[in-house]
Design a protein around this ligand. Structure first.
Ligand code: DLL
Length: 436
């Protein structure tokens, strides 16, 4: 049952002071829980000369050591779990580009908390029991499928467990079933948009809300999705290690993502030194779950780059806001000494009207010099056959990219349909230097 017609749970508007007290109480609990039940943390804290009782105020969190993805992998599969296997009711996994997958477990209480957090997010952007919710993400090991499914059901919406693929059928169902809310990765949504255009079904759709996440996307992509589908599109952030989606989500203001601080302790640190940065400065997001029974990760380094925004929000929620993710520390490409995030490239491309929705960044090496080539799909109507027109567009794209990146790139214009479409998280970068 919702708390009232605006908020799913009372905790969304908990007074700041109360929220901080709750955080401290829960922080003490989670540190004690990890110390008592996870040998890895027991040893780590002991080696650093820290006892759970040393956590007396919120700032004492800096005394704790960090946890990294490597720690999860080294302790594959269940080494960091704090409860016996029989207390678990679900497992998910997340595979990165290398090494063993990360395995995450949930007790019944963890699932209840998680589902409520995702429900908070959906309810916040206006999803209600009369909605038809088409969930267009992978339902298997990925947390996005069941995470959203359970939450939308809890609100009472009618959920279509569509999964990914069969895009023509997805669009047909959207029209036939009267889908009002869609959830997918933004890159898949762009593909769905393309197929809906081809099928000429836009007039038959009754969409009003889109929830997109699991990969970086830009404000300009938001605009494209909102304009073509006639929806409001919201950014959704999460990671398997912190349950999955539902960690942070945009409110109707669409200006930053509220991060549920009664369940997660937030820090922004310098990725290199691990020192907390000053207020409002960008850095790596570090999260400590405050209620997680099965997997109490302490000071988990997410690898995601963002900053904490001003905390007053006119939606009334008291939870802090983070800026949409600027990139991942390990997605950063270093080309001729300059740091480039694929999301910067997306940001530039999506504001050029002649450019289509798909692109690929190819990094190669000529002699001893790195080269960056951006393959960009054009809109069909731009291919007039006039070489000079294409040259003008190519130069424009090159100029705009140089302005943003401070780096000269090769730009290759390609026809619509050339670049492989993604169903889940898009692969935007092909780094050929690794094969040299
Ligand atoms: O992607 C959970 C999720 C599912 C989030 C559905 C949102 C919607 P993982 O597969 O473990 O979990 O990947 C987590 O994806 O550390 C970020 O690098 C990236 N990521 C997730 N959401 C966003 C977002 C899910 N909104 C990793 N913007 C995270 C940018 C995102 N990056």
């Amino acid at each position: 049952m919702p708390y009232n017609e605006i908020y799913w749970q009372r905790e969304e508007v908990i007074p700041k002071k109360e929220l901080e007290e709750l955080q401290l109480k829960r922080l003490k609990w989670i540190v004690r829980h990890a110390y008592d039940n996870v040998p890895f943390y027991h040893k780590k804290l002991k080696d650093s000369g820290i006892k759970p009782d040393d956590i007396k105020k919120r700032d004492d969190i800096v005394k704790l050591p960090f946890t990294t993805k490597e720690h999860l992998r080294e302790n594959y599969p269940f080494g960091l779990f704090a409860v016996p296997k029989e207390s678990l009711v679900r497992l998910h996994t997340s595979s990165g580009t290398s090494g063993k997958p990360k395995v995450v477990g949930y007790t019944a209480k963890d699932l209840e908390n998680w589902t409520n957090m995702v429900a908070r997010c959906l309810y916040m952007v206006g999803v209600r029991d009369y909605d038809v919710f088409q969930n267009m993400v992978n339902y298997a090991f990925f947390t996005g499928g069941l995470g959203f499914h359970d939450a939308a059901e809890l609100i009472g919406a009618m959920v279509i467990p569509a999964g990914v693929g069969n895009t023509e059928r997805q669009v047909q169902y959207m029209a036939d079933f009267g889908t009002t809310v869609i959830h997918s990765t933004p890159s898949y949504a762009l593909h769905v948009k393309e197929v809906a255009e081809e099928l000429g079904l836009f007039d038959k759709l009754s969409l009003r809300i889109g929830c997109f996440g699991a990969e970086p996307w830009s404000k300009n992509t938001r605009k494209r999705l909102e304009d073509t589908f006639g929806i409001k599109a919201y950014d959704s952030y999460g990671l398997s290690e912190m349950n999955g989606p539902g960690v942070a989500f945009e409110c109707p203001e669409q200006d930053g993502l509220h991060i549920w601080a009664d369940h997660y302790f937030i820090e922004i640190v310098d990725p290199e030194t691990g020192e907390q940065v000053s207020e409002g400065e960008r850095g790596e997001l570090v999260l400590t779950p405050l209620t997680k029974e099965a997997l109490p990760l302490l000071r988990y380094k997410t690898g995601d780059i963002t900053f904490i925004m001003d905390d007053e929000c006119s939606c009334g929620r008291t939870h802090p806001k983070i800026h949409r993710i600027l990139g991942r520390a390990d997605d950063m490409i270093v080309v001729r000494g300059i740091n480039v995030f694929p999301s910067q490239i997306e940001h530039v491309l999506m504001q050029i009207p002649e450019v289509g929705d798909h692109f690929l960044v190819v990094i190669s090496r000529r002699g001893s010099l790195d080269e960056i080539t951006v393959k960009v799909e054009m809109r069909d109507e731009v291919f007039t056959g006039e070489l000079s027109d294409l040259q003008k567009i190519q130069q424009k794209v090159q100029r705009e990219l140089q302005k943003e990146l401070g780096l000269r790139t090769n730009v290759e214009l390609v026809e619509k349909g050339t670049i492989e479409r993604s169903k889940g998280k898009a692969k935007r970068v092909l780094d050929l230097r690794k094969d040299l």
